[in-house]
Design a protein around this ligand. Structure first.
Ligand SMILES: [Zn+2]
Length: 379
């Protein structure tokens, strides 16, 4: 999620290959056992659900092999697992499947909550044209890693090797930038799932192996689908994660509706651009800046916000953005102009099917959002 810990994600990437050797819980090995989960206030459960949905039914399974209950959703093939830590490197324990009735109440509660949001994220992508076909893991992390600002990996979320790592949140909940459980927020979990999607489909995995503009595109795609999937629809990425937030403080990681107004208590001096010209100027003036991925991502995600403001539905926009992932020809060297081209091709394809007779007018209406943030075609 954040550039600082992206490096840890890259390290994790090298040692998590064991996931591919894990056996999947197959349909014959499990019995579906729907369970009602009562949403909790505060750390684990987003209070929005409690007031709007009441109890939540989470499907999970009982294994016929060892008669243990697992946090696992059949059909989607998503499992919750725990983590281990060695010298500040967090790994998933793929064969230590998190048990619903495990001895650690905190971990099992977080597992239910994280799995619920992973189901939501997975289903949102699926119903809008992209199904994640690999086994998906949710690794609930309660280990602290060294960080200048706090508990490190415990306050972060990241993605690697079919796994979404979700930190349990701050140990000191009174500090200003304290976070809750990272799996409690639909937008955070969807953001991380999108990193797995763009990694798998375009090879956008490691910041160090792609162009600067590609790093910004990586974060933008994750933020855009995160906000389209988020029931709170505030276009403020991560707003619900900060425990000491309030309307007056207006904390979030990125304010996509108004990037320059972002109030990120975790990184108060960071910069978020609104136009491509602002981004290129910023890169030229501050070449050693540490987080161009976040600074540039808001140019693209703000264009998506402007499209939404034109009145197009979340589903239509999600279908086009997801389809555009298959249109890149530049891979790990993709720039903002390539994004415009990919989006255009996807918009023609999607809207010609659902947009009706005047779909070409709709395509150009959407493309005007790219004009507004200063991204034009190469030709
Ligand atoms: Zn990210």
């Amino acid at each position: 999620m954040k550039n600082r810990l992206k490096r840890i994600a890259a390290s994790v990437s090298a040692i998590c290959l064991a996931a591919t050797f894990c056996t999947s819980l197959t349909a014959s090995a499990v019995t579906l056992s729907p369970n009602t989960v009562t949403p909790k206030h505060g750390t684990f459960w987003n209070s929005y659900w409690h007031s709007n949905y009441g109890n939540i039914v989470l499907d999970y399974c009982r294994s016929n092999q060892d008669h243990q209950d697992y946090l696992y959703t059949p059909g989607r093939n998503i499992r919750a697992v725990s983590t281990s830590s060695f010298h500040d490197i967090i790994s998933a324990n793929y064969n230590d499947v998190l048990r619903v009735y495990g001895s650690d109440y905190q971990i099992s509660q977080a597992g239910q909550c994280g799995l619920y949001n992973a189901e939501k994220a997975y289903d949102f992508l699926s119903t809008n044209g992209y199904t994640y076909t690999e086994p998906l893991y949710i690794a609930i992390n309660d280990f602290i890693t060294h960080s200048h600002t706090g508990d490190g990996a415990r306050e972060n979320a990241w993605a690697a090797d079919n796994t979404i790592f979700l930190g349990m949140g701050s140990t000191d909940t009174t500090k200003e930038n304290a976070t809750g459980f990272n799996g409690s927020a639909t937008d955070i979990v969807t953001h991380e799932l999108m990193h797995l999607v763009t990694g798998k489909e375009i090879g956008w995995i490691d910041y160090g192996a792609v162009s600067t503009e590609t790093t910004a595109l990586m974060e933008a795609y994750s933020d855009i689908l995160a906000e389209l999937a988020d029931e709170q629809h505030d276009w403020k990425f991560g707003a619900t994660l900060f425990l000491n937030n309030s309307p007056a403080k207006d904390y979030c990681y990125r304010n996509i509706a108004c990037p320059s107004a972002t109030n990120n208590p975790d990184a108060p001096n960071e910069h978020y651009c609104t136009t491509y010209q602002e981004f290129t100027y910023f890169m030229a003036v501050y070449p050693n800046y540490q987080n161009f991925a976040a600074a540039g991502s808001t140019v693209i995600s703000h264009a998506a916000y402007l499209m939404h403001e034109k009145g197009y539905s979340d589903q239509t926009l999600a279908k086009i953005w997801l389809k555009s992932i298959s249109k890149y020809t530049t891979g790990t060297n993709a720039g903002f102009a390539d994004c415009r081209e990919a989006f255009f091709e996807a918009a023609v394809e999607v809207l010609s099917q659902i947009g009706g007779r005047y779909y070409i007018a709709q395509v150009f209406d959407l493309m005007s959002a790219f004009d507004e943030v200063g991204i034009y075609s190469r030709t």
